[in-house]
Design a protein around this ligand. Structure first.
Ligand code: TXA
Ligand code: MG
Length: 320
């Protein structure tokens, strides 16, 4: 089915389409999501088709408040209650035992459901005005760069969905932190702007995620990738020697490199404002990819806190 993909800010239109089992892109504080009624296997199936996403890769369920959250999970460990009261609504996703009401297609048959309360006012209002939760992965084709603007979604999914609910630019800019529990102790599976240290400051020590297998298939090596080859490196000079200066784009931080025209560079953040770096990351990758350079060179960020979260995405973006 082909649609005329409309960008707008009408909650009524979004609500009506979702009620008809259609997919609607929704804004969140992290990235735009591709949403559908989580209780309808038919609607959820469409998410997988639109994204070209394999069915073994489960979806996050978005809810508007604690009451709605409690209707999709069977049990909440104490640490989960503490994390929720501290970080929700916000960029935190918890893996919790699911209730029977959640169809298997949402969790790819896994016993846990990933659930979060997003902090975007428009999407919160939407969630609180419907009587079903929204399953929503990031609104990009499988493996490609995540969207942080309504226009990114339209560029990537034009004619595949009827509506993009426009909530402006995503403020946080990278996907939520995913936390599971082993015997009630948290395990961080994916780090976003809420870091492992933030989790530990809230609930004490976490278990190390030692699994080599992707428990979260979003931990697949290749992900978030532009079409242009991307190189994540500390050694910008040697990349410039390798590719020359004419057909490369450089993403860096704090200051420009003299060797390249500034028009070929993007400064992710200045004055060590790493949160700014997260919020600009995907828009910078989309912009660089649209220029069709031979290579996108990215200077590796300091490997601490949110820098680790961004480097993780960039490393995956550099894998083919
Ligand atoms: O910030 C976010 O989390 C965004 C916005 C839209 O909420 N969503 C997002 O969804 O990043 P997605 O599908 O791109 O990434 C979700 C990750 C995937 O790696 C998926 O495998 C994992 O969460 N996941 C989902 N449900 C799971 C489950 N039941 N058990 C283990 N991993 C799960
Ligand atoms: Mg994704």
């Amino acid at each position: 089915m082909k649609y005329e993909t409309i960008i707008g800010d009408s909650l009524d239109i979004a609500r009506q389409l979702l009620g008809e089992d259609e997919c609607v892109a929704i804004p969140t504080e992290t990235v735009y999501g591709l949403a559908a009624n989580a209780y309808s296997p038919n609607a959820v199936q469409k998410i997988f088709s639109v994204k070209n996403r394999p069915l073994y890769n489960p979806l996050i369920v978005h809810v508007g408040n604690m009451e709605q959250l409690l209707s999709v999970v069977a049990y909440l460990p104490d640490a989960a209650i503490r994390l929720l009261s501290h970080f929700s609504p916000g960029p935190l996703t918890l893996l919790l035992p699911k209730n029977d009401i959640v169809p298997d297609i949402v969790t790819s048959g896994l016993p846990d459901v990933a659930v979060r309360i997003p902090a975007h006012p428009l999407t919160l209002a939407l969630l609180r005005s419907i009587n079903f939760p929204l399953a929503a992965p990031s609104a990009n084709p499988f493996g490609y760069i995540s969207p942080t603007k309504a226009a990114h979604v339209k560029d990537m999914l034009d004619t595949k969905i009827p509506y993009v609910l426009d909530g402006g630019d995503c403020t946080e800019g990278i996907e939520s932190t995913i936390v599971g529990f082993r015997e009630g102790v948290p395990v961080v599976f994916r780090q976003g702007v809420i870091t492992k240290e933030d989790i530990e400051n809230c609930v004490g020590l976490t278990y190390q995620n030692e699994s080599k297998k992707p428990v979260s298939p979003g931990m697949l090596d290749s992900h978030y990738s532009p079409h242009t080859p991307l190189y994540l490196t500390d050694d910008i000079e040697s990349m410039i020697r390798k590719f020359g200066t004419e057909e490369i784009g450089l993403i860096t931080y704090n200051e420009y490199y003299d060797a390249l025209p500034t028009s070929q560079q993007i400064i992710l953040y200045e004055k060590d404002d790493i949160k700014m770096g997260a919020s600009k990351l995907y828009a910078s990758l989309h912009e660089m990819d649209s220029k069709k350079y031979k290579a996108i060179i990215v200077k590796k960020l300091p490997d601490t806190g949110i820098g680790l979260s961004i480097n993780d995405r960039l490393w995956r973006a550099s894998r083919k």
